[in-house]
Design a protein around this ligand. Sequence first.
Ligand SMILES: [Ca+2]
Ligand SMILES: [Ca+2]
Ligand SMILES: [Ca+2]
Length: 369
Amino acid sequence: MKIKNFLWCALAVLTILSSCSDNDDDLKIEEELKNIHLELGKEITLNPDIGDGISGRWKMNDEIVSEQRKYTFKASKLGLYEIYFEAEKYKQAYEIRVYQIRKGTKESSAYLAKLIEYKPAPGQFMNKGYGLMKDAESIIGKPEYGMVSLGGFGGYIIAGFDHTILNLNEQRDLAVYANAFDGSSEPGIVMVSLDYNGNGKADDEWFELAGSEYNAKKTIHNYEITYTNPKGYKDVPWTDNQGNSGVVKINKYNTQPYYPNFIPEQESVTFKGTLLENKTDLNYDHPKYGNIVWNPHREWGYADNYSSEYNDLKANTFDFDWAVNNKGEKVNLPGIDFIKIYTSTNVDGGALGENSTEIMGVADLSMLD
Ligand SMILES: [Ca+2]
Ligand SMILES: [Ca+2]
Ligand SMILES: [Ca+2]
C-alpha cells in the first residue's frame, strides 16, 4: 500500500514537472540587452517594447525600484547601472552608462594632448628609432615627422585628448595618421574609451571600433600571444592561445635586441586582442618592381592601412558608431576621451620583417577644416 502511494505520488510529480516544461516552451522570454548612454544630470524614460497591457516590476541591483509600466531613470553619480523590467513572461535588461563630457574650447587641441602608455610588442624597430619612448611622445600634437612603431601583434599605444571628442551623427569622428602606401598596409585596431569615472585616467571600459573584417571568418577574437625575451639580438619566440608558436625573426638591417627593453615585463609579455587574417604575399609579382613582399590593404576601419581614402588624407578615418563592447554588442558611444591602437596581425613579412603598425598622430575631425 505504501509503495503504491509512493509510486502514485512520483507519477504525479513527474506529470507536474513535464507539464511545467511544456509551459516553458510557450514562454516568450525577451532578454535583449539595451545599451544606453545618459549624460550626468539628464533623465531617460524606459518603456520596454514587449506589448501593451503587461504589468511587471523594475529592478536595479536586484531591488525593486518601481512597479509601473514605464520607469524614469536619473543618476546623481557616474557609473554603469544595470536595470531590468521583469514580468511573468518577459525580461528586458538595460545597461545604462552615465557619463560626463569635457567640452572643447577655442584653446583645445585638435590632436592628441597626452601620451598615457606605450607598450610595443617585439619587433625590428624596438630600442632604436621608431621604437623608443621619445618616438611614442612624437604622436602628441600635429603629425609632422615623428612616428612610432607598435611592434608585432598586440603592441599598443594609449593616448588622450584635452577634451571629449563627440560622436558626430553619420560622420567620421577621428583620423589616425600613419605611413601606409600601396602594398604596405600594417593594420592596427583602434579602441576608444570615455572617462566614465571622471578621474582623468584611462582606466575605464574600452570599445573596439569594428572595422571591415570584424565579422570575417578568419578573424580571431580574444586572441592571445606571449613573447619571451631571448635577451640580446636573437629571434624572439612566441606562443599563442590557438596552439601555435613561432619567432619574430631578426634581420641583418637591425642588429639590436628586438624585445623592448623599457617595458616592465622583462621575462615575457602577453598581449590580447582581435587578430586579423594574414594576407601578406611573400612572392607578389609586381608589374613594375618584380618579385616583392606585398602587404595588401583592408577595406576600412584600420590604422596604417592604405584604404581608398588614405592617399588623399594620409590617414584613416573612424566613426564612433562602429564601437562594440567585448561581447560584440553595439554601444552607441556619445564621445571619447582616450584612444588605444594596437598591431592586429601576427605576420612574418620575410625580407620586410614583421608587420607592425606605425602611427604619426591622431586628430579630432570636427576641429579640422
Ligand atoms: Ca560619428
Ligand atoms: Ca577614468
Ligand atoms: Ca606601416
